[in-house]
Design a protein around this ligand. Sequence first.
Ligand code: SF4
Length: 337
Amino acid sequence: MRAIFTGGSEMNLLEIKNVKKYFPVQKGFLNQLFTRDKTFVKAIDDVSFDIKKGEVLGLAGESGSGKTTMGRLCVRLIDPTEGEIIFDGEDIAQLKGAEMRSIRRRLQFTFQDPSSSLNPRLSVGDAIADALRFQNIGTPDERKERTEQVLERVGLSPSSAFYDRKPHQLSGGQKQRVVFGRAIILNPDFIVTDEPVAMVDVSIKAQLLELMLDLQKELNLTYLFISHDLATARHVCDRIAIMYLGKLIEIGDKNQIYEEPLHPYTEGLISAIPVPDPKVKHAEKIPRGEIPSPINPPSGCRFHPRCPKVFDRCPVEEPNLQELDNGRFVACHLYSN
Ligand code: SF4
């Protein structure tokens, strides 16, 4: 399958080309004795897309769709089984050692749960300054000064009141601000942010999203915004990509995706977004059943056992992700030639 380019490649900060990530399944002792075949979880199975410089691309789908694994691959926290990960013109899929370390500074990942991603023994200041120490940047005084600036920038002000605090002395929103601070201290170009506001109250959510977008403008950042919450994704993203069972099934401008979803799965996800006005009724088209196992995905279109529009071609032939108009891609036989 060809890669998805929304513009000239010079506009793209990241190009994912035919990437696969298969995890081997550990078998029991007897199974290992009697079967030679290896079994794999096909977490990511031949996915291609790009992210333009300065954009926020949303990556959405149910739990088990592969979106977090895809995010980790984008910044090479894990190695792909196959495929190319082209960052700023260079394929980083196979980079190792010092070469990867020098690129690492430009790629950051923020984990979903700030409580578990912060070391409880490290102070807030040390947690943020750690990245500078690891990269051998600056003297201790310079690192402290830079960390204080970052604390102020992410809204933990005055920095002197937060520098020596431990994570358990912070609220959920403050911990998320520390996570953002740790992500920006190395002046990265690209941040994958995994459900950044899933663990905070609604009142704090808006402030954190605003901070994220302010940092984007100020530092010229590009984001991959992973979320199962499509209402939030609409607020912050330029384009939305939808994943289902290790495959990308639709991608396009956010207004296209929300106003005219094409893939039946996308249609179901969009119809399930809560409507604030209780008088407005909308027809929910939530896909029936649960997401199947990625060890033995369904034949043909992986969505066919749950699809309300399934027809005879669907279980036997896998639909390709194809471009319908400029930048709009969908993988569904309803739109095949
Ligand atoms: Fe549904 Fe068939 Fe389209 Fe798959 S290819 S989403 S089963 S209509």
